[in-house]
Design a protein around this ligand. Sequence first.
Ligand code: 6R9
Length: 681
Amino acid sequence: MATHVEGLVDEVYLPPAELARGAHCSSMEQYEQLYKQSIDEPETFWGEIAKQFYWRQPPTGAFHEFNFDASKGRIFVEWMKGAQTNMSYNCLDRHVEAGHGDQVAFYWEGNEPADSARLTYAELLQRVKRFSNALRSLGVRRSDSVALYMPMVPELLVAMLACARIGAVHSIVFGGYSSDALADRILDGHCRLVITADGVWRGNKLIKLKHITDHAVELCAARGHPVERVVVVRHLPRLHHLVPSVGDQPGGSEPYNVKTGWNSGRDMWWDDALEGVSDECEPEWVDAEHPLFMLYTSGSTGKPKGVLHTTAGYMLYVATTFKYSFDFHPEDVYWCTADIGWITGHSYVTYGPMLNRATSVMFEGTPFYPTGDRMWEVIDKYAVSKFYTAPTAIRALMRLGDETVKRHSRQSLKVLGSVGEPINPEAWLWYHRVVGDARCAVVDTFWQTETGGHVITPLPGATPTKPGSACRPFFGVQPALLDEQGEEIHGPGEGYLVFRRPWPGIMRTVFGNHERFETTYFKKFNGFYCTGDGARRDEDGYIWVTGRIDDMLNVSGHLLSTAQIESALIEHPDVSETAVVAAPHSVKGECVYCFVTTRHGVAWTEQLQKQLILKVRERIAPFAAPDYLQYAPGLPKTRSGKIMRRVLRKIAQGDRDLGDLSTLADPGVIEPLFEHRCAGA
Ligand code: 6R9
């Protein structure tokens, strides 16, 4: 990493004066005041915010109830129970009825710069109503779950809002996952309907979504779960094919025939599903605690968890965090580069911006296609003022040099957001000085799929920022740091990052497994929600999230569990044991480093390594593929047989300072592991 910025890292960056002047929160005094009210009087604080939304019925009982202490019974969180509302009504009808139907909701920017479209709030509402009726006519009812395996196209927005409109629960699976991973999620979520597309170009690569879905549906059938319907968006033919024909890959000769494997009793084009449906669609009025969506996240056991979010609390929370963290104003053009398949896309591409009636950019492509200028071109094309991306993208773009950025104006930019993993100070400073010309606020937003929205973040018009720190808690959020014994660390110090009480956007359960919800998040420390991250608090009360302290890896902002990768590797008949650890990576943040012990007599060949990589790609996703595979004649274990991952992490980094080895059963395993270490890691 560059060292020329040393010294600046300790500096504090004040909110840009111009931004602070008109900001929703424009000083730390105001922040403290609002924060205090959110903690002392949550009902008044959130009750005031609730007034901007449409409620069919007000809450019937307490505005807010919860139990956060597993020793006192079942964990639960409720906001505004008994109130009735509808998310799609609040995202769409509310704005159209107020006369804003002609406002652009989304500028859609395709993978090819020549492909673009715009969608107003009124158009989107009309499409959502029609597709809601299509879903109903396909038999989807309130509380049914629907799987969405789609590219970043307008139909994805339409599908998710249509589910919300009819009270169905969407379960979006990121379009980069394999058929195995998709099948696991369809099964676990009991989805009988899957919405997908023929395919999508990501840069130069064609992803055959329909074929992947077909395979996933077969896997589900083999496991006793019939998927009744697959609705397919016809996306590829409407694109400008500057990319070499609809061939397989650039230079590939096989044309991609989406109709191969078409099952006419099951598969249906999106447009055909809309045939003859009505333009009118009364929303399903649902309870405040009615499920809105589930979204799978990696679990430390290896089995993904369906994180379940409900309606009202999530609505209050994503709307408010969006408004304050980006200091959103009606004249803004906002762009979040995340795929909707991740929580960042759910909360800050779809729901947060739409609840605030924002005009956003929705981007199908990648930062590097057709060139590494793409981000800056798009920013100038739409005059983006609020930009939100991930540290891994920032680091990759930083490598292309300052010139690539500087030859574009970027005058419209005001706030630069970061999310997904800890941002290293060098990348933070580059983002601030080069991308933002030192005149924009950088907001490093810490949160999780489970938290629904930002929980620790600066506010751009108020918070003096420090490069690498997510700064202070959002309204309603009370963080604490605990040591291994669960004792609270007051003042400066480092420990487990936990939260003392719920805010409206926190997850409510793990779909179909409430017990797992309680054990994963609440049983480690009674009375606290445990994030699984470590953090440090400095003298100013600023929080510095240091990263996962459980068996989780964060590769380019995507969470993966070591167990999940290990179980894919161990399926190979030549493998007897494996251990996967995170190793530092200059662009991805962390990468996947695997130790593999082969069965007796099996050679460690290149072919075997290729097969192992393929296994992981098939079982999980290409982005989970091991970066390093090292042969391990033996693994370091404690006398009770536990693999000592902390030692393996050091070996992966080539660090000989292994710490306390008194519990190591066989010290003889260490030296050979250093000998077989992968070069370059
Ligand atoms: C939103 C999202 C959650 C994990 C989280 C932490 C890491 C996210 C961060 C950050 C440091 C930030 N993380 N944002 N770490 N600073 N600003 O990414 O959700 O995919 O569930 O990942 O990501 O480790 O626990 P999710």
